[in-house]
Write a protein that binds this ligand. Structure first.
Ligand SMILES: [Zn+2]
Length: 535
């Protein structure tokens, strides 16, 4: 037994000696391989941190030097600190809990890493690539393919900004100088602007330059207004963008319009018109001549409605020519012409040349002056169907506005066939809308007016709609058919138009409200949204 114990003692002590001996022999080496690996990793992380700090919006330009030194020493610790500060700021801004934002951030980072790996493995991936109008990539345009890491980061940031805008269904990206040191990047989603990021001036100027380069604009010109365009490819999908730049206080501003690629398939039903309204429009569209005038303030969806109307027309059998400023969407089987007032290519001049091209249907992007109004109305009398938009409040003010421009009453009465004035309401997000609790007074009012109030909803908040409660928009409109009686009245007396101007404004508003109310009753939009838009 003792032998047995001594055997075990011997063996254990041998093992322990071997272990200590092993460790000792490692320490006795001139370097410890494990420590060396850790040291290299730490130095790499520190260098990486310096790069991250360089582009971090939380670090003001004047502290970048100090932050770089700190990053070299404490590296990842500084990054962790910045990450926590960013998460806390986002959580304050979105009013979500810190951990919910943290989880989002981590998920986002994982997706970014995956996308990056996918991107590096194959060019035809889920990543987005910017192309100029000739289809060349940013690398080719910029000549940066083998360039510095900093340049690659700017291109990456530019692509991410555009990808983010597409993901959020934005119609515009606006980049403006906030003050001398920072720029804001804002997106217009469903008509509302939201700030998505703030970049330091140096980084943002580089982003602006990369967009200007890919859009075929002069990078050196920072004050004079310029415009251009580019495309973005993601897999097989391609989106087109129009870019305008101009000098602003503290720098240069850039606005990017996302062109609507679905314009060729838009329908009147999809934009929100009721069946009886669609029937009236379809009747006017089938006529060989006459003018359909779409009225509304800026951002009321006039152009979208015009495209939806054009989709009702058989563009294979009817020659459709559009004159626009700028072209907002690509319409298959139509000739689209863009005007350029700076080069003296105006609506009026372009319309005159279009009339020589034997068109059946002419679209006038916007009537702004007497000459355009007159050419368009004359064309509508001489065997052309004319679709046009006018910036004004209601159908009645449209008539008065055209007379104010100098169009004769006779021309107006004989040319017009239908007027439509419209507004856009935001649609409630289906994933988070909440049943509305109505007061007794509201219920009594709805019952008196015969409005069904059992399916009314109010906005909620969820990730799907970016905490806004709304997703997409729908149109409400007021239609005025110009029949023989109205034609006679317009041509006949000035008093009629004066009366129409004073009285019809209110009536038009109440017709818009009625159309909007039917959408509230269907649970498509909320009472608050209707009140915000129509009052
Ligand atoms: Zn939602």
């Amino acid at each position: 037994m003792a032998d047995c114990c001594s055997f075990w003692n011997l063996t254990l002590s041998d093992v322990s000696r071997a272990q200590t001996g092993g460790a000792l022999s490692l320490a006795e080496l001139p370097f410890n391989p494990l420590r060396l690996v850790l040291l290299i990793a730490w130095v790499y992380l520190c260098l990486y941190s310096v790069q991250c700090v360089q582009f971090n919006p939380f670090v003001p330009d004047k502290y970048k030097g100090l932050a770089n030194v700190l990053a070299l020493v404490v590296g990842p610790v500084l990054l962790l600190g910045l990450f926590i500060a960013e998460t806390a700021k986002k959580s304050r801004r979105s009013q979500e809990s810190f951990f919910a934002v943290l989880r989002d951030q981590v998920e986002h980072a994982v997706t970014a890493v995956r996308t990056y790996r996918f991107k590096s493995r194959s060019d035809e991936g889920s990543a987005l690539h910017l192309l100029d109008s000739a289809g060349r990539s940013m690398d080719e345009v910029y000549g940066h393919s083998g360039g510095k890491i900093a340049d690659a980061r700017i291109l990456d940031l530019t692509e991410r900004t555009v990808a983010n805008a597409l993901e959020r269904r934005a119609s515009d990206i606006l980049i403006d100088p906030k003050d001398g040191d920072t720029y804001t990047v804002r997106l217009r989603v469903d008509g509302a602007l939201t700030t998505v990021s703030e970049l330091d001036a140096k980084t943002c100027r580089a982003v602006i330059n990369s967009i200007k380069a890919v859009s075929g604009m002069d990078i050196g010109e920072r004050r004079r207004p310029q415009d251009g365009g580019f495309m973005a490819r993601k897999g097989h999908a391609v989106a087109s963008f129009r870019v305008a730049s101009a000098g602003a206080l503290n720098g240069e501003k850039l606005s990017i319009r996302v062109l609507n690629k679905d314009a060729g398939v838009l329908t009147l039903a999809a934009i929100g018109l009721a069946a009886e309204q669609r029937a009236l429009i379809e009747k006017a569209l089938q006529k060989p001549s006459g003018m359909i005038l779409i009225c509304g303030p800026t951002g009321s969806g006039k152009t979208t409605t015009m495209y939806a109307m054009l989709n009702q027309i058989d563009r294979f059998t009817r020659n459709v020519i559009t004159v626009e400023d700028p072209i907002e969407a690509v319409l298959p089987q139509a000739s689209q012409i863009e005007i350029n007032p700076k080069a003296d290519i105006t609506f009026a001049k372009t319309l005159r040349s279009v009339l020589r091209q034997d068109p059946d249907v002419i679209c006038v992007g916007e009537i702004r002056d007497e000459e355009t109004a007159e050419i368009a109305l004359r064309a509508s009398q001489t065997g052309h169907l004319v679709l046009a938009t006018l910036h004004c409040d209601s159908n009645a003010t449209a008539l008065v506005r055209l007379l104010d421009l100098g169009v004769s009453r006779l021309l107006l009465s004989s040319g017009l066939s239908l007027l439509l004035s419209q507004r856009l309401l935001r649609r409630l997000c289906d994933r988070c809308k909440q049943p509305v609790v109505l007061s007794d007074k509201q219920i009594a009012t709805f019952e008196r007016k015969g409005i069904d109030h059992s399916h009314m909803f109010r906005a909620g908040r969820c990730k799907h709609c970016n905490q806004t409660g709304y997703l997409g928009r729908t149109a409400i409109c007021d239609i005025l058919m110009v029949d023989d009686q109205l034609k006679a009245q317009i041509a006949g007396s000035e008093a009629f138009l004066a009366d129409m101007k004073t009285n019809d404004g209110k009536k038009s508003r109440s017709r818009l409200r009625r159309h909007g109310m039917s959408k509230v009753a269907e649970g498509v939009t909320s009472l608050e949204e209707l009140k915000r838009v129509v009052g």
